[in-house]
Design a protein around this ligand. Structure first.
Ligand code: ATP
Length: 423
């Protein structure tokens, strides 16, 4: 059988055509297929309409090697994928008794009798082979169509992924050319996309040509810029070596704005640093309302280095719970460097932490002034035994973006404090 080189994905489900549910399955599928060197040439979203879906499957088979559908494999009338694919390939449907038994057994394990409607899930097109679903009742199906194939996967993302990483993986690898796509991500923060691009574009420009080209993309999101590199492996490890060298060169050129080259998020990098130093952290947050602590505690095991904090939204809390002098608030205003410094030191001392971080700012849309426009955010860090540091930022964007950028900037201040030689 010849290997699959191209694929199309069809996401099935009327809800995916509304603003209430976005199709994420196709993104996961694309990553996995690309990893195997199978190029996703296109994708479609279609409602629970048997004719429309059958037509799309036929169309896709006219132009690619592999068609993958997700969704519409449930037990109800509006789950039409099996029927539609059978029509597209002009295959009869039959009941797979082994599947009936497997679905019955799944219900029996929970002490339930199988509802009659679930028998629908055991109706399969002639010649289909079953892909075991360890996370639900709807099995996946693989149907060969000459040298091509149609793969049907269930809609719930957890179930789709379980099949993708289980039964499907070896079968797909066997039909791929063995050209894995190797990827690397360099994550930076603290400089805008254009500044990062200015540094890296002249370096990686020439890498796009040649015998083993490196593809590059810059992605910007809320205070972080990611540089994605990929190269197609020929199975010798050359792509891996080439990418490792490329990452080394780019990271060297970008310097200390790089916080990870292994895909680790900023909060994980900070957590690792705190753990290594044996430091424990506390936060005083005003405009981020706990967002910094939320990010820090996203990391499993963060109780080893996160003590807690105070959401000091109202000035009375800044005074009563953090010991910020009322006179400082009066003289400088809540969004000011002296107040941020007092909040950081206050939370550090009151919670007996090694590091205290404070964020105070104007997230908007109201509350700005000519002197302190919306987006003005002051972040301070107090480390035991060191002089405290403070910085005023002006972030652009809406309220959510300003809050996210504030959290990222605070995490980055901690990262920099951790990596500075002064201990
Ligand atoms: P079930 O047996 O649960 O009915 P199914 O294969 O019929 O499985 P659907 O009914 O189409 O799947 O979808 C089940 C759930 O998965 C729904 O909550 C749906 O919104 C979600 N879902 C379906 N397709 C996608 C997709 N492409 N991306 C993200 N979520 C999806």
């Amino acid at each position: 059988m010849r290997p699959f080189r191209t694929a199309e994905i069809i996401a099935v489900g009327s809800e995916l055509l509304t603003p209430f549910r976005a199709d994420t399955n196709s993104l996961v599928l694309t990553t996995r297929l690309n990893d195997l060197g199978i190029i996703v040439a296109g994708k479609a979203i279609v409602g629970d309409d048997v004719e429309m879906l059958a037509a799309l499957v036929r169309l896709a088979l006219a132009r690619v090697d592999l068609v993958v559908t997700t969704g519409g494999l449930g037990p109800t009338e509006d789950d039409v994928t099996r029927e539609a694919v059978a029509r597209a390939l002009t295959l009869a449907m039959h009941e797979d008794l082994a599947l009936v038994r497997a679905i019955e057994a799944r219900f029996a394990r929970r002490g339930l009798a199988m509802p009659a409607s679930n028998r629908r899930q055991a109706m399969v097109p002639e010649g289909a082979s079953v892909l075991v679903n360890p996370a639900g009742t709807a099995p996946g199906l693989w149907i060969d169509a000459g040298e091509q194939a149609v793969i049907l996967l269930p809609g719930p993302p957890r179930e789709m992924r379980a099949i993708l990483d289980g039964d499907l993986r070896p079968r797909l690898s066997a039909r791929s050319e063995g050209h894995r796509v190797e990827r690397r991500v360099i994550s930076t923060t603290g400089r805008p996309e254009s500044a990062v691009d200015e540094v890296v574009a002249p370096i990686y420009g020439p890498w796009r040509a040649g015998p083993m080209p490196i593809a590059t993309t810059i992605l910007a999101a809320n205070g972080q810029i990611e540089l994605h590199l990929s190269a197609t492996s020929d199975g010798t490890g050359a792509a891996r070596k080439r990418l490792d060298a490329a990452v080394g060169t780019l990271a060297g050129a970008l310097g200390d704005i790089v916080f990870s080259v292994d895909g680790q998020p900023l909060e994980a990098v900070v957590g690792r640093g705190l753990r290594a130093r044996g430091w424990r952290i506390a936060a005083a947050e005003s405009c981020t309302g706990g967002g910094l602590l939320s990010r820090l505690t996203d990391i499993p095991g963060s109780s080893a280095y996160v003590i807690g904090g105070v959401v000091a939204y109202d000035n009375t809390v800044k005074v009563a719970d953090l010991g910020v002098p009322a006179s400082t608030l009066e003289t400088h205003g809540a969004v000011s460097e002296p107040v941020a410094l007092a909040m950081a030191e206050g939370v550090r001392v009151r919670l007996s932490a090694d590091v205290g971080v404070a964020i105070t700012g104007i997230a908007g849309p109201d509350g700005g002034s000519a002197e302190k426009p919306v987006g003005t955010v002051v972040i301070a860090i107090a480390v035991i035994g060191r002089a405290p540091a403070v910085r005023t930022y002006l972030f652009l964007g809406d309220r959510a973006m300003i809050r996210t950028q504030s959290v990222v900037a605070a995490l980055d201040l901690v990262r920099r404090a951790l990596s500075s030689a002064n201990s």
